[in-house]
Design a protein around this ligand. Structure first.
Ligand SMILES: Cc1cc2nc3c(=O)[nH]c(=O)nc-3n(C[C@H](O)[C@H](O)[C@H](O)COP(=O)(O)OP(=O)(O)OC[C@H]3O[C@@H](n4cnc5c(N)ncnc54)[C@H](O)[C@@H]3O)c2cc1C
Length: 310
């Protein structure tokens, strides 16, 4: 049972015919390729790598990225439509992990040289390589400006030492967009490096067992004298904090969509269950207290979507 939004907030002006077409393709993809297997992938703690390729082949992996690098250009509402429909899989972990490129690649698009964009974007947008973003550290995440992983320049390489925590897609990532300290304490001593996981000194020290989002592999990553070419520095040295800040808006939007769609799916499941389940000779749905609860849930879902898109 799906829940139709009641609010007349003009969502339709944001989602035109082409957005609806994309929504339709994602729906078909989710129904055919994801839903039948998602429970097993949640148990397995990851989903097959070829899903990235399949998502790329139908043009939804690179939504919003320049065509020159293998993307499918479009406004933010294409991405919203894609993320909302992917959430119909019922797994926030799947959506977060399939979408880890959407936090890893934007700093490369914004700060990278042409050579770096050509090297790091096409394989990921083609679904051949997995990209992750590595900012958080075991010592803390909110206080980004205080990160401790160091990168010390030695000729044409940076020698990276330290570790990263809670990295989405981190167990399987081929490349990470990684925040490191190259300078003074605080926000002005941070740089962004693209580090390939095959680099000697790079290791996944732990696959984390989480309370939810199981099909998303979440890693602790460890750097032990990991030599990263200076050519992999994004933008100027010590300017990385701006690259991290540039990601915040879109990261918040993606997470808000995951959360609001999770609430909507819970409402839909509750509506279905309360219709089927009988108590005292009636369906739960016909009991006043249940109807109040469902009305409260529907109100919160409407409000959340209104804040998200309206
Ligand atoms: C499933 C999952 C996936 C993730 N994926 C990634 C990823 O791909 N890449 C990545 O880099 N990180 C990732 N993270 C890390 C995430 O960004 C951090 O968890 C987040 O930044 C918070 O950091 P922390 O967990 O270290 O909490 P802390 O910073 O230690 O905060 C602990 C608590 O204190 C509160 N707090 C902190 N500072 C303040 C303050 N100034 N005022 C009031 N309250 C405060 C926080 O709200 C929180 O409740 C992921 C986390 C999870 C759980």
């Amino acid at each position: 049972m799906t829940y139709e939004f009641k609010a007349q907030s003009g969502f339709q002006e944001y989602f035109g015919k082409s957005h609806q077409l994309v929504r339709g393709s994602v729906k078909e993809f989710v129904t055919g390729e994801i839903t039948p297997f998602i429970e097993a992938w949640e148990e397995a703690g990851e989903f097959p790598r070829d899903i990235y390729k399949k998502a790329s082949d139908i043009g939804i992996l690179g939504t919003g990225y320049p065509e020159a690098y293998g993307g499918t250009p479009g406004d933010i509402f294409f991405q919203i439509a894609v993320w909302e429909e992917l959430m119909r899989s019922g797994s926030g972990g799947f959506v977060a992990s399939l979408g880890s490129l959407n936090i890893a690649l934007p700093p490369i698009v914004r700060m990278g040289t042409e050579e770096q964009k050509n090297r790091f974007l096409p394989p990921v947008l083609a679904g051949e390589k997995i990209a992750a973003l590595a900012i958080t550290e075991p010592s803390g995440g909110s206080d980004v400006a205080n990160l401790q992983t160091t990168a010390v320049r030695d000729g044409d390489h940076y020698v990276v030492n330290g570790g990263k925590a809670f990295i989405t897609s981190g167990c399987r990532a081929d490349q990470i967009t990684c925040a490191v300290r190259t300078g003074e304490e605080g926000a002005h001593g941070i740089s962004l490096l693209v580090i390939e996981s095959k680099t000697p000194g790079y290791s996944v020290s732990e696959k984390l067992k989480k309370t939810g989002w199981w099909s998303s592999d979440t890693a602790q990553i460890y750097f032990d004298n990991c030599g990263v070419p200076v050519d992999n520095l994004l933008g100027e040295e010590n300017q990385g904090f701006y690259g991290i800040m540039g990601n915040f808006q879109s990261e918040r939007l993606q997470l808000a969509i995951i959360d609001s769609m999770t609430a909507q799916l819970a409402l839909e499941a509750s509506l279905q269950y309360s219709k089927e389940r009988k108590a005292f000779g009636k369906s739960l749905k016909s009991l006043q207290v249940t109807r109040h609860k469902l009305a409260d849930m529907a109100t919160m879902v409407e409000v959340s979507r209104e804040f998200l898109i309206g």
